[in-house]
Design a protein around this ligand. Sequence first.
Ligand code: AMP
Length: 281
Amino acid sequence: MEIIRTAAEIKEITSALSKQKIIGFVPTMGALHEGHLSLINKSKQHCDITVCSIFVNPAQFNNANDFEKYPVTTDTDIALLKSVGCDILFLPTVSEIYPPGLENKIYELGNLDEIWEGLHRPGHFQGVCKVMDRLLDIVQTHHLWMGQKDFQQCLVIVKLLELTNRKGILFHRIETVREASGLALSSRNKRLSPTGKENAKAIFEVLKKIKETFQSENFVNLCAEGKKYLLQHGFDEVEYLAIADAENLLLAEEYQHDHQYVAIAAAWIEGVRLIDNLLLS
Ligand code: AMP
């Protein structure tokens, strides 16, 4: 695996390669786990060359404490990427991604910036767009592989590809990898105690319960019961637990057979903010 640290170099390499080979790109913030590796594996199945980036993007953290505590495990990450046959790792510094004089754009994300993660993490999606816009300028790719774990982020990136006229890049949303308990793998799980991790599986239990019953139950009641369950099972705060239209994430109030729904949740446990979601139909 080649490790590239500068923007100029990765741009030159991927520009040249993209003329003869199909390239797949997996952007990450490191502290890699099986969820990230599933994206690399998917990319490897469909593309000739897989590029992974590891960059903890300061612009997308609305909470300084979360940024400071974000785990950095570069040596292990490199070993994991080699073990799954990743071809190129882009490992830039902040000044490579955000050189002085880089244009500061505002991305018109509409209500995606104002609901759920957008509401609870002000500026987060502008930061995500900022880094992805820059990364996609640098890494010349045909395919982009991202996780359903960050459902709203997937919608934001599809919008970004439209806004920035990158319609040629094929976006793929890949299913969430979970622990045997159902807990979605996340770099933030590393900050939980063994008890916290055990309790955290309640978030998937609630999502599954919603999936089993949503067609016949009142959505508001179902989510209210789910919130109560989380608070009784070790969670300190539930920022949201809701059923939304899977196309635009607008809050859904009752079941209509021709819509696809997703149950979405964000909740705090042991000072760690966890998010998860489950497609309902
Ligand atoms: P992150 O390093 O958290 O920015 O995540 C990098 C990519 O991995 C994003 O596209 C995430 O949605 C995806 N991802 C994170 N956790 C999982 C998971 N448990 N299963 C599948 N993909 C994931």
